[in-house]
Design a protein around this ligand. Structure first.
Ligand code: MN
Length: 298
């Protein structure tokens, strides 16, 4: 926690995070250094690094930057259609499984303990429902990944994504069923207001349904731009987080064509320029989220 937060009476204890794509489009050492510095300057506690395009990521150098700045890290990713653990094709599943284990190791090398995202499928529009064999493959691979994570004292997150980005889990109820089938204590649920807006009946009931199995949160507007400029019911959502006593990370996620990742931006259909100044965006988002948390503490 930074000094401003620590000094406030009744301050909530949630670490506040920001997605690296607010700052930079890639993970070269220079880009990571920029992202870490701007995360700290904007008053955040945590930087989320996507491992979607992490070929240039120097985990040792990045860890040194994070530790120097006192910034925590979490990692996220989705898979790809040619490396997808929800496929019926064993060779495609095997490539996806390798990506997951490589990414878990990179998260550990960065000093992170939480690896989350669409760990169960590609990020993209599927042309058919998930098959029974595909679901069985997801469960089998994630059981193995969870066991590996447990040995490293790490946790996994199942980020619930909308129907245009996955056919595996679209609602909190879907995610809880999948987590039950995986059956590991270190597999948690990751809610994202952007996806919930498309798929859930409300932004409140799913928070209560997930309850103490909630491990990570993404805060995004319905168009993924400035918080408060769209129509998401953030008061309802943050109120529900307070009601379940959630103390885990809350990470601001926003994308614009102004900052482009070579593959992730296309997978997420980021075609519009919703903002140009990531610093202004992130400073605004941090104070917006803190104000919502302060309502719970008051
Ligand atoms: Mn998200």
């Amino acid at each position: 926690m930074n000094d401003a937060t620590a000094a406030r009476p009744n301050a909530p204890t949630n670490p506040l995070g920001v997605h690296a794509l607010v700052w930079v489009g890639g993970t070269t050492p220079q880009q990571v250094a920029t992202a870490v510095r701007q995360t700290a300057d904007a008053g955040y506690d945590l930087l989320e690094i996507s491992l979607h395009d992490a070929v240039n990521l120097d985990t040792a150098a990045a860890r040194a930057e994070l530790e120097k700045a006192g910034i925590a890290v979490a990692c996220s990713r989705g898979l790809a259609f040619d490396a997808d653990v929800s496929s019926d094709d064993p060779a495609v599943v095997e490539r996806g499984e390798k990506l997951l284990h490589d990414s878990l190791r990179m998260t550990q090398e960065l000093g992170g303990s939480h690896f989350t995202g669409a760990l169960y499928s590609a990020l993209g529009k599927y042309g058919a429902p998930l098959s029974p064999q595909g679901r069985a493959n997801v469960v089998q691979v994630l059981k193995g990944l969870a066991a590996s994570a447990a040995e490293k004292e790490m946790t996994l997150g199942l980020e619930i994504c909308n129907r245009y980005e996955t056919n595996v889990i679209n609602t909190a109820a879907d995610a809880l069923r999948l987590a039950d089938d995986i059956g590991a204590d270190n597999v948690t649920i990751h809610l994202d207001t952007y996806h919930m807006n498309i798929e859930e009946d409300s932004l409140v009931a799913p928070v209560h349904l997930v309850g103490d199995r909630l491990g990570y949160v993404h805060i995004g507007e319905n168009h993924r731009g400035y918080l408060g400029s769209g129509h998401i019911d953030f008061s309802g959502f943050f109120g529900a987080l307070g009601e379940i006593g959630y103390t885990g990370p809350i990470t601001f996620e926003s994308f614009s064509s102004a900052v482009v990742s070579p593959t992730l931006s296309n997978d997420l259909a980021v075609w519009r320029n919703l903002w140009t100044d990531g610093v202004d965006l992130a400073v605004h988002a941090r104070s917006f989220m803190q104000a919502e948390l302060d309502k719970n503490a008051a």
